[in-house]
Design a protein around this ligand. Sequence first.
Ligand code: FES
Length: 265
Amino acid sequence: MASTDAGVTGPTRARIEARTLRPDRWWIAPLTTFIVFSAFVVYATWRAFSGHHYYSAPYLSPFYSPCLTDSCVAGSSDFGQPFTWWQLSPALIILIFPLGFRMTCYYYRKAYYRAFWLSPPACAVAEPHAAYSGESRLPLILQNIHRYFWYAALVVAVVLSYDVILAFRDADEQWGHMGLGTVFMLVNVVLIWLYTLSCHSCRHAVGGRLRHFSKHPVRYQLWTWVSKLNVHHAKFAWYSLFSVALVDLYIYLLANGTITDPRFF
Ligand code: FES
């Protein structure tokens, strides 16, 4: 419903002059979200457009994986270079999928609606907007595309898992290598999988639209597992956001020669 009647000043709402009656520091969560998200967006935008220092053999930054253009540095294109006509940074071809997945995520929507649009900034805190249309019309109705981004995110997670396997080779492509970068990439991909599999769309995909769980024991078991992960989805959203940025930063520092990679074996 798009109506001024639907806002907190609507005729059916209680007349309360105070913006909120909450005595706690409710603003800490949205302010933290605002700062962290803004920092991530600035960092990710810089890295995605820079087009360099994303590969230090055998490590490929998750922002650039898979690297699909003929401008990709030697050794970084494990899935070929089909986009020979692409002139911009290779990251811009594939980032739309993980970015779209996160932007339309149910948890992130709640977080950035609160932190950036103050709609509302927190529970029991009046929002500044007089009208409310929810996600029932353009542009926010497009958030429903999330379930399709989930399928794309599965492919991305598989590609990143493959990158981790390759990170067990050294720069000469000999197996049996493990550096600190391998560990970082491994932790990152575990968090990416936890985030992807705890998604609400995943839960619906494995257990939704069933009349009787008893007739679908396998899907019921999957749904049970996903439901347990789903409880922690917000945590996985944050952890994987940090890990993906930290892995990229680590590889950036390796690639530009600022640091060297400690090797365990
Ligand atoms: S609900 Fe967060 S990724 Fe699907």
